[in-house]
Design a protein around this ligand. Structure first.
Ligand code: HEM
Length: 501
């Protein structure tokens, strides 16, 4: 299907070549050069220079080639500014956040019905209201109220792995989904195969395919594609969009109505929706507030499910490939937690190596290697380079985690790198890891995800030994570690037995 669209696209490009004379002309507002970068060709810009399946690799090469902590490129008529270092990301996206907090318009968001989500909202009043709600419900202190939920779901995860170890992938997804539904709506999912969770997972999978950056660029460049009827050859995406909107209706409304009912009955368990309904301000527009609560709640699954599950899958892969790391983390747990108990959050300060494993899992194969693009809301100048209004600004988190000025053996999983020379964990908190983004758009779910990731990792390490599968001749099956591509990346699934030690 993507190929058909690409053919349509190339035709349209040929027809519009006459526009090419002006497309790269630099705005007269500034005589300054753009940041360094590869020379674009008319219309397509640098698209042919980019490894579209793993663009972070191309951007990291550009960093070397153009001495580019900041690199400029052009794709399909759009200015792209790629930031390859934490220093520049902080200088622009944090310190100049008034200019760097817009999101680019992505036509497919509307088509698939997800333009309501906090992630997609333009930088304005509606987005500010969402951020206020997220802050009230999930700031650092508030997120700790869900620690019992994280641990309780981690116990169910262990049981599920114990019963059907080969399906650990589904169990991890079930774990993340159950926490998200509990934390957001106070909704208790079935231990396996919950119908709402199934619909939400189907929706996320559909969106991951539909909202890929390549497809988004195509739709933005050729808006007429949106108006093709669903029966049009090659317009299968329209049918998928219809299906996504149907699923979304169910995924948004069923649990929200459930949470409202519970709230009206005086539910005591904390949940984001019931907390926020309690805080509704009677002086303000009630229906606007209720819609914002429903929209932020539905955003949690879209933003938190794949990202958290994917980090846990990468953790399992790392434990499999680095048995010495696994053994060291397990020895630490054994020394702190007695063998009849499972670790809980009170043990966390005594388990620094487990924390280092979590930090390394976020660095090693970042689940969102290019973050979520920001856009500039006005022209800017950085170190003598012009950054036009409306540029897409991408933080190359993948390259930041492979900064050879800061880390050695960057491709290896080495938790030790997160300790200071005197043996303490480096002081930066996990919540300020580049993986959670920058500035006013920084991930508001970072405290909750840190808690749920820690609970799953420490519980698995305390209970199971993860090792390579054995073939019929008793030999270990080698793992070829590969990752899917897209906005969020996943480990390609592999066979890994999880033994009870
Ligand atoms: C390992 C797990 C997670 C990772 C790696 C992650 C990463 C990110 C990143 C990179 C962004 C974009 C930040 C930026 O634009 O600079 C983001 C945004 C967001 N995340 Fe997360 N996230 C995770 C889990 C969660 C969870 C569990 C939730 C909800 C409880 C959540 C809610 C959001 C929301 C609402 C946004 C949009 C913020 C905005 O546009 O203002 N995320 N996340």
């Amino acid at each position: 299907m993507f190929n058909t669209l690409f053919a349509v696209f190339c035709g349209a490009v040929a027809a519009s070549l006459y526009l090419s004379a002006t497309w790269r002309s630099k705005p007269t507002a500034s005589a300054l050069p753009f940041p360094p970068g590869p020379r674009p060709v008319p219309i397509l810009g640098n698209i042919l220079h980019i490894d579209t399946s793993e663009p972070w690799l191309t951007y990291a090469q550009w960093k070397k080639k153009y001495a580019g902590d900041i690199v400029y490129s052009r794709l399909l008529g759009q200015n792209f500014v790629i930031i390859n270092s934490e220093k520049v990301a902080k200088a622009l996206m944090d310190q100049r956040s008034a200019t760097y907090s817009e999101r680019p318009v992505i036509a497919t968001n509307k088509l698939f019905g997800v333009d309501f989500s906090t992630v997609a909202l333009p930088y304005g009043d509606e987005w500010r209201l969402h951020r206020k709600l997220f802050h009230n419900a999930l700031h650092a202190e508030a997120a700790t109220r869900y620690q019992d939920l994280y641990l309780q779901q981690a116990r169910i995860l262990l049981l599920n792995i114990f019963q059907v170890p080969t399906q650990y992938v589904a169990h991890i997804q079930g774990f993340t989904a159950s926490i998200i539904m509990g934390l957001t709506y106070g909704y208790d999912t079935a231990p396996r195969d919950d119908p709402i969770v199934r619909s939400a997972e189907e929706l996320v999978a559909l969106l991951a395919e539909a909202l890929s950056p390549e497809r988004a660029a195509l739709f933005t460049a050729l808006p007429f594609l949106e108006r093709l009827p669903p029966w049009f050859p090659g317009a299968g995406f329209k049918r998928k969009a219809l299906h996504a909107r149907k699923l979304l209706n169910q995924v948004k409304n069923v649990p929200f109505d459930f949470a409202k009912r519970k709230h009206a009955e005086g539910a005591v368990a904390p949940s984001m929706v019931s907390d926020l309904l309690r805080q509704i301000d009677g002086q303000e527009d009630m229906s606007r507030q209720e819609k914002a609560i429903s929209d932020t709640a539905a955003t949690v699954f879209l933003a938190g499910f794949e990202t958290s599950s994917s980090t846990l899958h990468s953790f399992i892969l790392a434990m499999l490939l680095y048995p010495e790391v696994q053994a060291r983390a397990q020895a630490e747990i054994d020394a702190v937690v007695d063998s009849a108990s499972l670790p809980n959050f009170g043990d966390r300060p005594s388990l620094p190596y487990v924390d280092a494993v979590l930090r390394e899992a976020l660095r090693w194969h970042p689940t969102v290697p290019l973050g979520i693009p920001h856009a500039t809301s006005s022209d800017d100048v950085y170190e003598g380079h012009f950054i036009p209004k409306g540029s897409l600004v991408i933080a190359n988190v993948w390259a930041m985690g492979r900064d050879e000025g800061r880390y050695t053996d960057v491709d290896d999983f080495v938790p030790e790198r997160h300790f200071t020379p005197d043996g303490r964990l480096v002081p930066e908190p996990i919540s300020s890891n580049p993986i959670f983004g920058y500035g006013r758009r920084i991930c508001p779910g970072r405290f909750a995800s840190e808690g749920l990731l820690w609970a799953a990792m420490v519980s698995i390490l305390a209970t199971f030994r993860i090792s390579k599968a054995i073939d019929s001749e008793g030999r270990e099956i080698d793992i070829d570690a590969k990752f899917t591509t897209g906005i969020a990346v996943y480990v390609h699934f592999f066979t890994a037995p999880l033994f009870l030690d």
